[in-house]
Write a protein that binds this ligand. Structure first.
Ligand code: SGN
Ligand code: CA
Length: 533
């Protein structure tokens, strides 16, 4: 009997030991973080030493992309490992069917301890989490409210710091060291309306940023969708909500009030965004308001002095600088806070067995093509940052240019944790690329499909195929137009070659590949009909 107990003890022990060896996963995602605003990708706009550290000690993907460049659909794709047309969350409007399997549920079942803090923006509470506190919808930058498992709560402070405090407190107070963890640490920043902390607001207000080459793009040589979109900095960015021309009393602005409140989007669109007007700042308490006021007054004075005498071109540049100052200031806070979490892992001996991922729910335009926002298949919003560290597994400092997608995350994490992948997931595990086993990676091109139209920013519905070399796009629904770009020759995507005789053969080949991909992933014109409104 004793002998059997001994054997049983050994078996149990080795089981516990084997369990312990499964890696922890820290999934860090921000909202609308352009790769152009991470110094590991581009150091012309901002220094992000902490985020960069993940790439220095791991891998950086230079061609990582999303399947549908908008918030909730990206999150649904990440959680289900399926394209929007399969998981049904095609845009921020259609509901998510919560009976679907998501990868955190599989982690929880497999014995991982699971937690989520921050922005989910999904319309539902997440499944498969032992603990969570999520922002309702878009959430607030200042003194944010959180939805919890048991009760809701409002926490005083700046959202990026608060989400980090919640994450670190969970590690300190709730983590069960006998289990590996899956932590989803999800930032609201740098989402519009780009409210920095008071300190960063002042610090970044002093800075001036280089102009993107295509700030004054006239959208010639492109499909008509580029010129009909409503995300142009000069035309559609609000002076008040976005650029923070927010005088103490509106009367102080005299005749300029008309400009502040009516420059920007069409009345219809402006009405839709009106709820957001000043909302983030209105949540500030007296002390916080005073802190912000210092910088706000400088902005109003500058606006009052300069605006009436500026040309349209100068106005665009003024708005661009204001935009970059605030957008990048919110990122600077994200970077500081990522540093706090990385330090925690190091100080608590969690560094070695933790896979750290940094990504965004999609990319963003930082003035390229004159734009802000996302949605298009053009590089700045189609691509997304992706940096992964896994000590002793990933060779430090490597870069990979394969066509990987947010679609692949679920399968990658399941594979790393040795959990069985459901047959209907549509991505690929990235482990061969992390381990530089290139032969095991056969994907040539990826598929993209954007749906949310007509809606804010008015980006037409489109789908397409993207390889390292080429991009072929079809705009449908209310128009029928194609675009074809030579990605290597035309990195800024200014020259639609769809009608160029020299490219007809390759366009034909890409069309065939697109058709094949649509078949493989089970998308079709008939299915698109289901998602019209
Ligand atoms: C809001 C923003 C838009 C943004 C959408 C979707 N306008 O409507 O600029 O595209 O959210 O963003 S705002 O005036 O309300 O800030 S997403 O990240 O949630 O998809
Ligand atoms: Ca987003």
């Amino acid at each position: 009997m004793k002998k059997y107990i001994g054997v049983l003890f050994l078996v149990c022990n080795s089981f516990v030991f084997a369990q312990d060896k499964r890696p922890n996963i820290l999934f860090i995602m921000s909202d609308d973080h352009a790769y152009q605003a991470i110094s590991a990708y581009n150091d012309k706009l901002i220094q992000t030493p902490n985020i960069d550290k993940i790439a220095q000690e791991g891998i950086l993907f230079s061609n990582a992309s999303v399947t549908n460049s908008i918030c909730a659909p990206s999150r649904a794709t990440i959680l289900t490992g399926k394209f929007s047309h399969m998981n049904g969350k095609v845009d921020n409007i259609f509901p998510f069917d919560t009976t679907q399997m998501t990868f955190p549920q599989l982690f929880q079942k497999a014995g991982y301890q699971t937690a989520m803090f921050g922005k989910l923006h999904f319309g539902n509470n997440p499944k498969g989490f032992d603990d969570f506190l999520i922002l309702p919808g878009q959430g607030h930058y200042i003194n944010p409210k959180f939805i919890g498992k048991e009760k809701d709560t409002i926490i005083t402070g700046y959202v990026t710091d608060v989400i980090t405090d919640l994450t670190l407190n969970w590690f300190d107070e709730k983590r069960d060291s006998s289990k590996p963890f899956l932590m989803m640490y999800l930032h609201k920043a740098p989402h519009r309306a780009w409210w920095p902390s008071p300190e960063k607001f002042e610090e970044f207000y002093q800075k001036e940023f280089p102009l993107p080459e295509t700030l004054f793009d006239d959208y010639s040589n492109r499909a008509s969708a580029a010129s009909s979109a409503e995300m142009n900095i000069f035309e559609h960015m609000h002076l008040m909500q976005d650029n923070k021309v927010y005088p103490k009393t509106i009367q102080q602005m005299g005749d300029l009030v008309k400009d502040i409140t009516y420059t920007g989007e069409s009345r219809k669109i402006k009405k839709a965004g009106a709820g957001e007007f000043l909302r983030p700042f209105r949540r500030a308490n007296k002390r916080q308001e005073e802190q912000y006021r210092k910088t706000l007054d400088k902005i109003s004075t500058d606006f009052k002095n300069k605006w009436p005498n500026m040309s349209d071109k100068e106005k665009t540049i003024w708005k661009y600088q204001r935009y970059m100052q605030d957008y990048l200031a919110t990122i600077s806070s994200v970077d500081d806070n990522v540093g706090r979490v990385l330090d925690y892992l190091k100080e608590n001996d969690l560094e070695d067995n933790t896979i750290v991922v940094y990504t965004s729910d999609q990319g963003f335009y930082l003035g390229e093509h004159g734009w802000f926002d996302k949605r298009f298949i053009y590089n700045e919003s189609f691509k997304t940052p992706l940096l992964i560290r896994w000590p002793n597994k990933i060779r430090p400092g490597i870069t990979n240019d394969e066509m990987v997608q947010n679609l692949d995350f679920a399968q990658t994490f399941l594979d790393a944790a040795s959990i069985k992948v459901p047959n209907d997931m549509q991505g690929e595990s990235l482990l061969p690329l992390l381990f530089e086993d290139q032969k095991k990676w056969t994907r040539e091109a990826v598929y993209y499909h954007y749906y949310e139209f007509p809606s804010v920013h008015m980006v037409k519905r489109h789908y397409g195929i993207v390889s390292k070399e080429y991009k072929l796009v079809h705009y449908y629904y209310d128009i029928d137009e194609w675009e074809f770009f030579d990605r290597k020759a035309d990195t800024m995507e200014l020259n639609n070659l769809y009608d160029n005789p020299k490219y007809q053969q390759i366009i034909l080949t890409m069309k065939k590949k697109l058709k094949k991909l649509r078949k493989k992933y089970k998308d079709s014109d008939e299915l698109s009909q289901k998602y019209l409104y």
